[in-house]
Design a binder for this molecule. Sequence first.
Ligand SMILES: [Zn+2]
Length: 261
Amino acid sequence: MPEGHTVHRIAKRFQRDFLGSKVSISSPQGRFTDASLVSGRVLTKADAWGKQLFLHFDEIAIRIHLGIYGKWRFTAGDTPEVTGQIRARFQLPGITADLRGPTACEVIDKAGIKGVQSRLGPDPLRPDRKGLERERFISKLTSRKTAVGQQLMDQSVIAGIGNVYRAELLFRSLINPHTPGNLLPLELADQIWEDSVTLMPIGVRTGLMLTREGHLKGRPKLVDRYYVYKREGQPCRECGHEVSLELMATRKLYYCARCQK
Ligand SMILES: [Zn+2]
């Protein structure tokens, strides 16, 4: 499943290529029945919050969540042929963006936008000049008994984090994923936030989840990219102990039991 940085990249792409123009919107597959409600309107803003994308057309917006199978394809030049199941096609002369397989693609009004966003936790990729989102994250994470590793996957605690960033952020701060949130020292909760604010923009910039920054340059191979993610059974890069794999709330959790005490 794409993590937040991917969705922010798509938002930037829409800002760059479609902003301020009347966008032609259709649903070749037919399942996005509201396409005609928004087609021909001017895109006023493209905005990501965690894993949700909002394409704003004045008073209304299209909300898109890719889920596990959703994918975007942008094509410059001539209109590509319709192949497969295209839920929504966004077009300007010379550019086409096709959306396939999302779990959500719907038109919502202002109240709908507010409703969705009020359920989302702070997103480290969104501006937070006054530090209020940082505080909101720290207070949420440390007020519940639920394991920190589980909470980082909860979009109402922090929006945009998925399995890769979860594993890597906890390793980088040497936090055991089983630590109950209410027993996590505030400075460590703050450190997770600070680290996600550092790491996730690298993902937006490069399209890669590079969590070993400082060690690697360019586009490292997949096997070199992470500290613990998908490295179960292999020696920890820091201490040599075997990296553990277990299930936490049905998702695979990777960590080093020696480093992350
Ligand atoms: Zn280790």
